[in-house]
Design a protein around this ligand. Sequence first.
Ligand SMILES: Nc1ncnc2c1ncn2[C@@H]1O[C@H](COP(=O)(O)OP(=O)(O)OP(=O)(O)O)[C@@H](O)[C@H]1O
Length: 323
Amino acid sequence: MPDRSTAALVVDHLVKDVGPVPALEGRMLRVIHDVSLRARFGEVTVLLGTNGAGKTTTLACAQGLATRQGGRVDLLGADPRDAGPDLRARVGVMLQDGGLPPSWRPIPLLRHLARLYRDPLPVDDLATRLGIDAFDRTSIRRLSGGQKQRVALAAALVGRPEVVFLDEPSAGLDPQSRTVVFELIDQLRRDGIAIVLTTHLLDDAQRLADYVYIIDAGRSVAEGTVPQLLQDHSARSAGTGRIRFDAPSGLADTYTGRAGVTLTEISPGGYVLDGPLRPDDLATLGAWFAARDVMPVGLTLSTATLEDVFLDLASGATAGGER
Ligand SMILES: Nc1ncnc2c1ncn2[C@@H]1O[C@H](COP(=O)(O)OP(=O)(O)OP(=O)(O)O)[C@@H](O)[C@H]1O
């Protein structure tokens, strides 16, 4: 069992250029400017960022599949640039496009991969666990996106890796398959494996992450556990909260609350009270209901979600910038 107290992966101040890019007259494009992260054994480390933020490129450098122009990468105690087969055998990689040979059927492929490792997982168990046996008679080229995704995950895990990189593992999965994949990730975490996962789905991050790095335009802009990120956000945004309810439409203009607290009708009869809410805002809202003889429906009070944190921090820009 790997030691839970040490980092399986350390990335320090990563810099990565791509190209030469024809649109830049053959010049290089800097897509990773400064990304640092640590992934520990027995934890799910999530890289969260919008499309083009630099998550996949960061993983490629961390895995030693791409060169880098600056910074340090330590994967299981070695620089993956100089990695030999021993290091590769301890690392599982699930690529975003699957990278699976199209003419193979899933279980023969997994058996073939299993033979490359010293102590592979039992292929039948893994295939049953991920529901792969249900479509084993179909070649990979004919599988649906979600089925391919499950085979790619099995291929990343079959060698019993100590570190596993999962690029968008729940992309294209139906809710049932998503639950299966999440349960498997939970199991890997309990087994002490370091899981490094990219996503732009905030629900996934909130559900799975022990630690989150937010990547924006090729830079790490925030990090922490989900509760820490939520707490930092609420400190920055003066405890922004939100009350939602349904009531007869056309009433928003009649609400007068404290400065900064606003009532908006976001859909016919659907209202949101936003702002740095305090307990007395609930009293004001209650009095407003009473004065209009309105009984609200579905009234909920929500504090910040990871989505609010993300929208606050991420510019949405892609990582590219001429070198
Ligand atoms: N070979 C390349 N040539 C030009 N641009 C590239 C190249 N490789 C990556 N990029 C650019 O680098 C940026 C980061 O890409 P990357 O795939 O790492 O983002 P990502 O965060 O994984 O996005 P997504 O969520 O869409 O997968 C993007 O703007 C992408 O277009």
